[in-house]
Design a protein around this ligand. Sequence first.
Ligand code: GRF
Length: 188
Amino acid sequence: MRKLKAAIFISGRGSNLESLIKSTNKKNSLVDICLVISNNPSAKGLIIANKKKVPAIYVVQKKNFEKKITKYLKDIDVICLAGFMQVLAADFVNRWDSRLINIHPSYLPKFKGLNAQEQAIKAKSTFSGCTVHYVSSKIDSGEIILQKKVKILKKDNTESLSKKILIEEHKIYPRALQMVARRLLKQK
Ligand code: GRF
């Protein structure tokens, strides 16, 4: 069976990376994770990639970042942003249209941008959640692939909410990636 080749972009902890690797290592996965790119040399996710034997590189340079990584993406079919804290250039986003996805820790369109969990607590919202979406040139605004609501209780704070959301992130990102893979494989 032909599998799609994925690259995962990270900047830090890498827990979503880990859940994506675990899920794609399963027998029926339509995706192989072939590469991890970090913009931060001390990202813990790089250690995870190493342990799981997934080739990983870091590229710190912000200017021309997209140009610099192009050569590594030649065989890649789909890119997953997983805690990647750098805005990608519009022409790169356009080039990867429908093949570039992201996970955001809120129930979009609520709480876009940084510190989404804190935004939800401050807004005294009764729920937030997480969303996997296609990346478009507007931040956290591309078409939604999959999302999951998480209840916010009175006793919740940013930390407890982040933990609850993260548990759901680790479930929906792998599922969303398979959905995207199914769609892309049909087009091939
Ligand atoms: C996650 O909460 C994700 O939704 C957001 O950044 C965080 C990354 O966490 N975009 P990790 O590096 O995957 O553990």
